[in-house]
Design a protein around this ligand. Sequence first.
Ligand code: PLP
Length: 392
Amino acid sequence: MSYLAKNYNRKKISFKYGKGSYLYSIDNKKYLDFVQGIAVNSLGHAHPRLIKAIKDQSKKLWHVSNAFQIPEGEKLAKNLCKKTFADYVMFQNSGAEATEAAIKVARRYFYSIGKPYKNRILCIKNSFHGRTLAAIYASGSKKMTEGFGPKIPGFDHIIFKDSKPRFPKIRSRIKRSTAAIMVETILGEGGIKIIPDKCLRYLRKICNEKKILLILDEVQCGIGRSGDFFAFEQSKVKPDIVPIAKGIGGGFPIGAVLMNKKVAVGMTAGTHGSTFGGNPLAMAVGNTVMDIVSNKNFLNNVKKSSRYFLSNLNKIKNQYPKIIKEIRGRGLLIGIKVFKDQTIFIKKLMDNKLLTIRAAENVIRILPPLNVKKNEIGKALKIITKVCSELK
Ligand SMILES: *Cc1c(COP(=O)(O)O)cnc(C)c1O
């Protein structure tokens, strides 16, 4: 009997502890964890530097109100700005809060320049921005919004197609009232679908033309997950607003909105707040994750691991073309699209001690820690090959 609400279909397994890429279950089995809390534990389980950071800070100060200065938060904000497009940061506690705050920043910007009628956000149909009321209507997914009406107004939708043109009729969807386009740079829950660099540049161009803002949701694909600090970097596009969360806390809940100078003018004192957002404990951990992940050598290693993983997954795909349809992804945000329902595949991987998680479109999502070792990837490849041979 569980007293937890049944909003999750939980697997019948629980864990005692974790170390790096591994999780150890209550019944003493060792699992290769390539879920890592869904791209949250960017440095794996029980990273010594994160343990030290939280231990040291926990003896000093856990929480003070944002009514006071928080030096640990100042430091993380400065670091995030120095390494990215951003000029200002606003801390939250989760991805959904960060995307909602991103929407608030966009609306408030137009309000502050005397165009309050510009308040609608154009999103990709069936994308994912979190589970709060506004975020589910931003995604426009029937599954997520059903039964949660009345509908939150202010969102319009475009289709992101697998074939060209990727964003058909997008110009006609932008109205006088449109404030921003908000998309995930790589659609995570949606099935690890990458928006090609060219299309990102096209979105930026349209935003410039129409004088609207570009919000890139990097909650899942950001913080080194793609092999760059942000997934949009290789396109050379500069967004106006970027919500982040998952990976930046390395397992501790942190969300944030990054923004440029232009849009920040609207966020004057009292316009937004968060009791827990940016607390010293969270910031101490965030600073440590940031120090490690934003390092060029670290990111080069993510790219190296990615090349090894992806090229070998493609070999498995060629070996089993009737089982695997496509290998998707960038960096260590990887998807295996299979022909049949992916549930059986995921179950078999788990039986073989490899943990993965589903995404839309029959995709098995693979999210190792960013510091995963080559031999651990090798182990996963062996298990994936074995499961393919069993399903044949
Ligand atoms: C996970 C996710 C969110 C929501 O994050 P929560 O912390 O679960 O609220 C938002 N956007 C994207 C792209 C995500 O992957």
